[in-house]
Design a protein around this ligand. Structure first.
Ligand code: NDP
Length: 437
């Protein structure tokens, strides 16, 4: 805390890991005496830079760019770029730190990183977004390559931004390589990458439900967010005959008492991905939907069986957790990164709600990115079925690792413990092999 003042999100994520890993280190002499956790919480490298760009009125604007290259113990740095006004060093260090464990769980050779900027792509013209991305990449390109660091998208960085970033990298380096993931299919992207985080979260939840001989059929599912992760989590749940009763954005939430239909979902995808509108417009279009301004999905006026927070960090508080428990929630899977506060997680655990942390549940996105890198290296494009089959296999494997390291004496699974220890063991073993790095 003394070393990293004002980094509350980073400290929160480190505390959550340390609480579990320190007792494990104490029990396992192999990890003692090598200062392994202290080394792990220090990023290998942090890059901060100025991003000047010209707006439509010809004025020069300036934002701050970052890349936190946290760990390269098991593979090149890998993690998304976030463009959002709330981005700061603390947020990116927390995301980079989480990414180390998540990437280790995927079983793929991927290190951990995160980056981005406090630039807000909302209400900017395409030209402004392009000029910002070009300026951002003009500095970033020196620090990344297909062998050292392979960024991807995150909040505010979708297909459009990845396109502009890739175009500028190619121009500067004069090479067409898989240096970014989340690319369009046309020029090196992978099938299933857009769906992977949302689908993967639901695959992970299916495994959790299976352990209780349960299924998604007729389950009432509350989702927050309406972006990439939320959209495809909702799509998969509809396929499994579950009822998605809420989605949201930063202005409020949409309530669907009978569950969203395919038409509602198609409208939402068009609205969010193309028109870049607000979820409230869903209620303008469909009279059976209600918009609750300024409220979170967890306030839905109905019972809720499954909650999938897919928006942003710390969006589900202790109070929200209590509300969900009262509504009967039995499963929670984090589609976003650290969307539940520490106190909310304790509430779920104390009330025997099965809770899956983001580093396990939402690892499908980075796993598919790893598959995109493999295809780029081979200069091949795999069929949809092949990628989806691999994704499903990876999510099942992550679930098994959580069970292996998280099974308690009473036979229940502590997914938080399981995910953290499984990730730690893989990275720590590599660090021990590689010496004082
Ligand atoms: P998007 O930018 O596509 O969507 C983000 C969604 O969250 C939008 O609906 C946004 O609403 C909403 N949101 C953002 N901030 C808030 C807030 N303070 N309150 C309520 N809603 C909010 O991002 P993604 O779907 O890609 O990412 C969502 C989460 O999932 C992030 O935590 C991300 O790190 C994580 N994640 C994403 C992966 C991916 O592959 N995309 C992989 C693994 C994790 P609005 O439009 O109003 O801003």
């Amino acid at each position: 805390e003394k070393k990293n003042p004002n980094e509350s999100e980073f400290l929160q994520s480190v505390r959550e890991v340390a609480e579990i890993v320190i007792p494990f280190i104490e029990e396992n002499p192999k990890y003692k005496g090598s200062n392994i956790l202290h080394r792990m919480v220090e990023p290998e490298r942090v890059i901060m830079f100025r991003v000047p760009w010209v707006d439509t009125d010809g004025r020069i604007q300036v934002n701050r760019g970052y890349r936190v290259q946290f760990s390269s113990s098991i593979g090149p740095y890998k993690g998304g770029l976030r463009f959002h006004p709330t981005v700061n060093l603390s947020v990116l260090k927390f995301l980079g730190f989480e990414q180390i464990f998540k990437n280790a769980l995927t079983t793929l050779p991927l290190g951990g990183a995160k980056g981005g900027s406090d630039f807000d792509p909302k209400e900017k013209t395409n030209g402004e977004v392009m000029r910002f991305c070009q300026s951002f990449m003009t500095e970033l390109h020196r620090h990344i390559s297909k062998y050292t660091d392979i960024p991807a998208g995150d909040i505010g960085v979708g297909k459009r931004e990845i396109g502009y970033l890739f175009g500028q990298y190619k121009r500067l380096e004069n090479e067409f390589t898989g240096v970014l993931t989340g690319k369009d299919l046309n020029w090196g992207g992978s099938l299933i990458r857009p769906e992977a985080t949302g689908y993967g979260t639901v695959y992970f939840l299916i495994e959790m439900l299976n352990t209780a001989n349960d299924s998604f059929k007729d389950k009432r599912v509350a989702i927050s967010g309406s972006g990439n992760v939320a959209q495809y989590a909702a799509e998969k749940i509809l396929e499994l005959e579950g009822k998605v009763v809420t989605v949201s954005d930063s202005s409020g939430y949409i309530y669907a008492s009978d569950g969203l239909t395919k038409d509602h979902l198609a409208f939402m995808m068009e609205l969010k991905n193309e028109a870049r509108g607000r979820v409230s417009e869903m209620a303008d279009k469909f009279e059976e939907l209600t918009f609750y301004e300024g409220e979170a999905s967890w306030n839905a006026p109905c019972d809720i069986d499954v909650a999938i927070p897919c928006a942003t960090q710390n969006e589900l508080t202790e109070e929200d957790a209590k509300k969900l428990i009262e509504k009967g929630v039995t499963y929670v899977g984090e589609g976003a990164n650290m969307p539940c506060t520490t106190e909310a997680v304790y509430q779920f655990q104390d009330h025997k709600v099965l809770f899956a942390p983001g580093k396990a549940a939402n690892a499908g996105g980075v796993a598919a990115s790893g598959l995109e890198m493999a295809q780029n290296a081979l200069r091949l494009s795999w069929e949809r079925e092949k990628v989806e089959e691999k994704l499903l296999y990876i999510m099942k494997n992550i679930h098994s690792q959580c069970v292996r390291y998280g099974k308690t004496e009473s036979g229940e699974v502590d997914y938080v413990k399981g995910a953290n220890i499984a990730g730690f063991v893989k990275v720590a073993d590599a660090m021990l092999d590689q010496g004082a790095v």
